[in-house]
Design a protein around this ligand. Structure first.
Ligand code: BGC
Length: 836
C-alpha cells in the first residue's frame, strides 16, 4: 500500500488528529482529539515530570553522540552480564548513558532469579479494585529495580476478545472500562518505584494464532470504544514506554503503523515516551522509523547497520534518528537514569511481595457455583477431605510464556489444605490424572536400559537402540523430561520430540512444560499396536552435561488413576478436585473444555461424592458440561506463589471469595462472541475482523441475547446481599448514582457492586445494550449496610463518532442499572444526561 493510501485509510479508521469538538446538539465530552491529555477518569498521582534542565541535557548529549552510538540506543544487543531478562541495550558509557535492562512481565519480574510470582493479571482484575492494582504494580516495580532492571514489559492492555486466546490470563478483562482503570493503576504502581512501565501490545494483539502476520481490521468507533481504552489510560497515567504488537492493524504492521504510533498515540494522546517493537516484530527500517517506532527489540536487524546505512544514503533523515533517541533519553532522564547519581536500587522485600500475592489471590478468587453449602468447609466437612488432581500436589503458579515467573517458593495445595485442616483431620490425595508419567516398564525393553533419570556427562554422548515390545494395542503418551539438550527419541524411525521452530518451541506451558524438579517436559500421544517396535534414544552431554528420563502413561494407567481417585473421593466427607488448563503465549487454546480426561474425572469423582468442589487453575473461560453434578466451583486462575494458601483461605471460609468474573463464561462453544464467524476468529486468509463492532465480551451477549453459563461480573459470596434505594441525578460531569448495599447474611463478606448504563436514544451511533459505568468493592459485616456513591463521568456516557473523530456525549434519557453482575441487576432508574 502506498503511503498516501495508507494515510487515507488511517484517517478513516483511526480518526484524524486534532479534530475539534463535536458541535450542534451533541457536545464532545472530552478535549480536542478525543482524549484528556492529562489523566483519565481514574487519575490518581500525576506521572513524574521531566526533571529541570532535561531538554538542554539531552540536546548536549545528542550533539556528542555519533551516528553509531545513536543507533545503539535504538535497538537491543547482547548483554555481557545477563540477569535472565528479555532485553538489553548497552548504553553509551563514554557519555554516561547507562545500559538498560528490560524484563517481563505482567505477573512478576521474569529473570533468572526467583521473584514474587503474583497471581495472573486476570485474577488481579477479578478483584475490581484499582487500588490493589497499584499495590501489585508497586511490588513488581520495586522488585524489578531490586533485580537490576530498568524497564518492565508490562502491563498487557489487550482486551480478552476471544476465549481461545492463549494470553487471556496475562491481561485483565473483556471490558474496556475495567481494563483502562486497572492498567492505569498498574502503570502508576510500577513507576512509583522508579521502574519504567511498558504497556503492550499496541494494538489488537488479542490472539496468538497467526499473530506474526494476521491483519486485524477494526473500524474507528470500535477501536476507540474497545481495545484502545486500556492503552489510552496507560498513556494518561504516564507510561514511559509502549510496545508495538506483532500483528497488522488495518493493513499495516503495528510496529510501522503511522496512524497508530504517530497520529493517535503521539498526536491525539500526547504520548511522550518511546515505542519499542515486540520481540522480532519490527519489519523495516525506513517505514518503521518514519511511522514512529523508536526501538527495535531484541536485536538490530533493521535499526542497527541498516539504519546507519539509511541515514548515510539519505532515505532516513538524521532528525528522525535524533527524535527517537531523544524520546528514549528523555524517558530515562525522567526516571533519573541519566543523573550523575541515579536512584539507588532497593533491596527486594520478598515478605511484602508474598503478602500482596496472597491478598490478590483471595481478592480475585471467584466462587462460580456453590450448592447445598458445599463451601466453606466447616465442621465434619473440614475434617475428612480428599484432594484430587495433579495440581492438588504440584502447585500451578503461573502461566506459560513470557509472563512466567520463577517463584521464591510455592506450597502445594495439598500441604496448604493439610495445614489448615489441622491435626485430627484426614486429608488424602489421589492423582486422578498423571501429567508427568511413570517410568517405562523395564520388561518392555530389550536390551534392558535405564531410561529413568539418566545423566550424560559433559562432552559425552549416550545412546540406546533396541526393541520395545507391547502385549496389546494401546494409546500411549510418551514423555521426555530433560535438562540440557533435548534427547532424540525415535520410535520406529520417527522422532517423537522434534525441536520445532518459533515461539511454540520456546514456550511450553506454565505447568506441563516443566516437571516439579525443574526438568523440561515434552509429550507425545500415539496409538501403538501390539508387537515389537524399534526404540532409539540419543542424548548429547554438550558443554554442561545433561540429564533425562523417559516416562509414559497408557489407557491402563489412566484407568487405574481414575479408579484410585474415585475410591479416595468416596471414602472422604468432602472432595476438593483441582483441575487445570495450561495456556501459554505462542498458541491459542483449541477447545474451551478442560484438557485430557479431566471432564471424565470430575464426572466420576462427583458421582462418587457430590460434595465435590472443583478448583479451576485455568487461564480464561471454560465450558462445564459437568457443572450440575458438582457441589461448588472455585475459579482460581493462575494464582501465583501464594495460591495454595489463598485457595485454602477461601475453601475454609477464612476469607470471603472476593472476585467477580471479568469475562463471560459461555454455555458452550457455539455460544461465544467468536463462534460461527471465522473472519472474527481466527481470521480468514490472514485477515481478521472485529465484525462484532463495539459489542465485545458481555456487550455481545447482551446484544445477541445469548444466555451465558456465568455472566460478566458474576461471583458468589458466603454471605447474602441486597441492593436498595437507587437514585440517579445529574452530577458534576455526568451522572451521580447512589444506592445502598446491605449484607443480609450472618458472615462478614465482600461484594462488588456494579453499575451499568443503557444507550442514549439521541445518539445515532451503535451503543452497548448496557455498558459498565462503575463499580465499588466493599467489605461489610453481618447486617451492615453502606451507601455507594458513584460518579459516572462524561467519557463513560459518550460514544466515539467516526464522522467527527471525537467522543460525543450520549445525552437525553439514559437507563441506569445497579446490581451484582451484568445479568443480576435488580435496581434500575432513569436520568437525563444534559449536553453542556
Ligand atoms: C512477547 C512480549 C514479551 C517479549 C519479551 C514477546 O514474545 O509478546 O509480551 O514482552 O516477548 O519477552
Amino acid at each position: 500500500m502506498s503511503e498516501a493510501v495508507s494515510r487515507r485509510c488511517a484517517m478513516r479508521l483511526l480518526g484524524a488528529m486534532g479534530v475539534a469538538l463535536g458541535t450542534g446538539g451533541c457536545v464532545a465530552a472530552v478535549p480536542p482529539g478525543g482524549l484528556p491529555r492529562t489523566a483519565p477518569a481514574t487519575a490518581a498521582a500525576a506521572p513524574a515530570e521531566a526533571p529541570p534542565g532535561a531538554t538542554a541535557r539531552i540536546d548536549a548529549l545528542l550533539e556528542r553522540l555519533t551516528l553509531e552510538e545513536k543507533t545503539t540506543l535504538l535497538h537491543g544487543g547482547r548483554d555481557p552480564a545477563p540477569l535472565g531478562q528479555a532485553g538489553y541495550l548497552p548504553g553509551v558509557p563514554r557519555l554516561g548513558i547507562p545500559a538498560l535492562r528490560l524484563a517481563d512481565g505482567p505477573a512478576g519480574v521474569r529473570v533468572a532469579e526467583p521473584a514474587t510470582a503474583l497471581p495472573a493479571p486476570v485474577m488481579l482484575a477479578s478483584a475490581f479494585d484499582p487500588a490493589l492494582a497499584r499495590e501489585y504494580g508497586r511490588v513488581v516495580g520495586r522488585e524489578g529495580r531490586a533485580l537490576g532492571q530498568d524497564v518492565l514489559l508490562s502491563p498487557m492492555a489487550n482486551l480478552i476478545r476471544t476465549p481461545y486466546a492463549g494470553r487471556n490470563f496475562e491481561t485483565f478483562a473483556e471490558d474496556p472500562r475495567l481494563t483502562a482503570d486497572l492498567v492505569a493503576e498498574m502503570v502508576r504502581g510500577i513507576q512509583d518505584e522508579g521502574l519504567i512501565a511498558t504497556v503492550k501490545h499496541f494494538a489488537l494483539g488479542n490472539q496468538e494464532q497467526g499473530r506474526d502476520t494476521v491483519d486485524v481490521v477494526a473500524a474507528e468507533q470500535t477501536l476507540h470504544e474497545t481495545e484502545l481504552r486500556g492503552f489510552e489510560a496507560a498513556v494518561g497515567a504516564g507510561a514511559g514506554a509502549v510496545m508495538g504488537a506483532y500483528n497488522k492493524v488495518n493493513g499495516t504492521y503495528a510496529c510501522e503503523n503511522k496512524p497508530l504510533l504517530d497520529e493517535l498515540l503521539r498526536g491525539q494522546w500526547g504520548f511522550g515516551g518511546w515505542v519499542m517493537s515486540d520481540w522480532d516484530a519490527a519489519h523495516s527500517t525506513v517505514a518503521a522509523i518514519g511511522a514512529g517506532l523508536d526501538m527495535e527489540m531484541p536485536g538490530g536487524t533493521h535499526f542497527g547497520g541498516p539504519l546507519q546505512e539509511a541515514v548515510r544514503g539519505g532515505s532516513v533523515r538524521v532528525d528522525a534518528v535524533d527524535l527517537a533517541v531523544r524520546r528514549i533519553l528523555a524517558t530515562m532522564d525522567r526516571f533519573g537514569l541519566l543523573a550523575a547519581h541515579p536512584p539507588a536500587r532497593p533491596a527486594r522485600d520478598a515478605a511484602a511481595g508474598a503478602r500482596v500475592a496472597r491478598r490478590v489471590a483471595t481478592a480475585g478468587a471467584v466462587l462460580l457455583h456453590n450448592e447445598h453449602a458445599t463451601l466453606p468447609l466447616t465442621g465434619a466437612a473440614a475434617r475428612s477431605i480428599a484432594v484430587i488432581g495433579p495440581t492438588g500436589q504440584v502447585p500451578f503458579v503461573s502461566g506459560g510464556g513470557s509472563a512466567h515467573v520463577v517463584p521464591d517458593k510455592a506450597l502445594s495445595p495439598l500441604d496448604a489444605i493439610r495445614q489448615r485442616a489441622g491435626n485430627g483431620s484426614t486429608v488424602r490425595h489421589a492423582l486422578g490424572e498423571d501429567v508427568y508419567g511413570r517410568p517405562l516398564p523395564a520388561n518392555l525393553l530389550t536390551p534392558a536400559a535405564g531410561l529413568d533419570d539418566r545423566r550424560v556427562e559433559a562432552g559425552r554422548n549416550w545412546s540406546h537402540e533396541g526393541e520395545f515390545t507391547l502385549a496389546a494395542d494401546d494409546e500411549w503418551t510418551l514423555l521426555v523430561h530433560y535438562a540440557g539438550k533435548r534427547p532424540s527419541v525415535r520410535l520406529d524411525g520417527e522422532e517423537l520430540f522434534p525441536v520445532r521452530q518459533g515461539v511454540a518451541e520456546y514456550f511450553a506451558g506454565g505447568l506441563l512444560g516443566r516437571a516439579p524438579d525443574g526438568l523440561a517436559v515434552r509429550r507425545r500421544t500415539l496409538a501403538l499396536t501390539a508387537g515389537t517396535h524399534r526404540l532409539a534414544v540419543f542424548a548429547e552431554g554438550g558443554d554442561k552435561g545433561g540429564r533425562f528420563r523417559l516416562r509414559h502413561t497408557t489407557k491402563a494407567t489412566r484407568a487405574a488413576d481414575l479408579a484410585e481417585a474415585v475410591k479416595t473421593a468416596a471414602a472422604a466427607r468432602s472432595v476438593v478436585l483441582f483441575a487445570y488448563e495450561d495456556a501459554t503465549e505462542g498458541s491459542d487454546r483449541t477447545s474451551l473444555g478442560l484438557p485430557g480426561g479431566q471432564a471424565r474425572l470430575i464426572e466420576a469423582v462427583a458421582a462418587a461424592n457430590p460434595r465435590t468442589t472443583v478448583v479451576l487453575n485455568t487461564s480464561s473461560s471454560t465450558t462445564m458440561p459437568w457443572l450440575s453434578r458438582t457441589g461448588a466451583v472455585l475459579q482460581m486462575y493462575y494464582p501465583g506463589q501464594e495460591g495454595a494458601a489463598a485457595t485454602a483461605d477461601i475453601l475454609f471460609g477464612d476469607v470471603d471469595p472476593g472476585g467477580r468474573l471479568t469475562q463471560t463464561f459461555p454455555a458452550d462453544e457455539h455460544a461465544t462472541p467468536v463462534a460461527g464467524d471465522p473472519l472474527r476468529y481466527p481470521g480468514v486468509g490472514g485477515r481478521q475482523e472485529y465484525t462484532e463492532g463495539i459489542h465485545v465480551g458481555h456487550r455481545w451477549y447482551d446484544a445477541q441475547q445469548v444466555v451465558p453459563l456465568f455472566p460478566f461480573g458474576h461471583g458468589l459470596s458466603y454471605t447474602t446481599w441486597e441492593y436498595e434505594k437507587l437514585s440517579v441525578r445529574p452530577g458534576r460531569d455526568g451522572l451521580r448514582v447512589e444506592f445502598t448495599v446491605r449484607n443480609t447474611g450472618r458472615r462478614k463478606g465482600t461484594e462488588v457492586a456494579q453499575v451499568y448504563v443503557g444507550p442514549s436514544a439521541e445518539l445515532k451511533l451503535d451503543q452497548p445494550v448496557r455498558a459498565l459505568a462503575g463499580y465499588r468493592r466493599l467489605t461489610l459485616g453481618p447486617g451492615e449496610a453502606q451507601q455507594v456513591v458513584l460518579d459516572v463521568d462524561a467519557r463513560t456516557l459518550s460514544s466515539w463518532d467516526p464522522e467527527r473523530h471525537a467522543w460525543v456525549l450520549g445525552s437525553g434519557r439514559r437507563e441506569v442499572f445497579a446490581g451484582r453482575s451484568s445479568r443480576e441487576l435488580h435496581l434500575t432508574a432513569k436520568a437525563v444526561v444534559k449536553s453542556r
